[in-house]
Design a protein around this ligand. Sequence first.
Ligand SMILES: C[S@@+](CC[C@H](N)C(=O)[O-])C[C@H]1O[C@@H](n2cnc3c(N)ncnc32)[C@H](O)[C@@H]1O
Length: 165
Amino acid sequence: MSCTREVGRLLASAAAAKPQGVVAESGTGAGVGTAWLHSGLGAQARLVTVEHDMALAVHASDAFADDPNVTVLAGDWRLLGPHAPFDVFFCDGGGKRDDPDLVVDLLAPGGILILDDFTPSTDWPPHFEGETDELRLFYLTHPALTTTEILTTAYASTVMAVRRD
Ligand SMILES: C[S@@+](CC[C@H](N)C(=O)[O-])C[C@H]1O[C@@H](n2cnc3c(N)ncnc32)[C@H](O)[C@@H]1O
């Protein structure tokens, strides 16, 4: 369930765009997305990631133990809240579906939100499995966001949004 190389490059670029920023990830998983974010992290930036699977969180915590700018939290994604506002938020495990309003609230002005694992749709509004994809529509039309959808492979797309205010 780790992010693809194409998404990883996007994550690294987003982190690099905010050299003094707070970079966050919900759903650390095996730490692949975290490593991509870390590869673009500026010396003055901080990276915080959260994972509710304790074994995975411990693994990631060990992997990034050498860098004091990286914090790995074990528990629900809402533990990220006190670290907000975020200049980059890779929302990949918790939040994206269960509380999209809060996801937007956690962004700083100019903050970049990245959500992967969508199925490309050439329709408007976007469709998934024959139905309007209301979740994707939420992010694509949110009044506080300027949003685009990027085809990362032939079979997957990523939604990237910037918070305007
Ligand atoms: C798609 S995987 C993450 C992959 C990782 N971000 C990457 O790019 O390599 C989703 C992860 O989110 C975790 N997760 C799911 N719901 C969560 C929640 N509410 N709070 C924290 N972690 C959650 C899962 O345990 C899983 O490890």
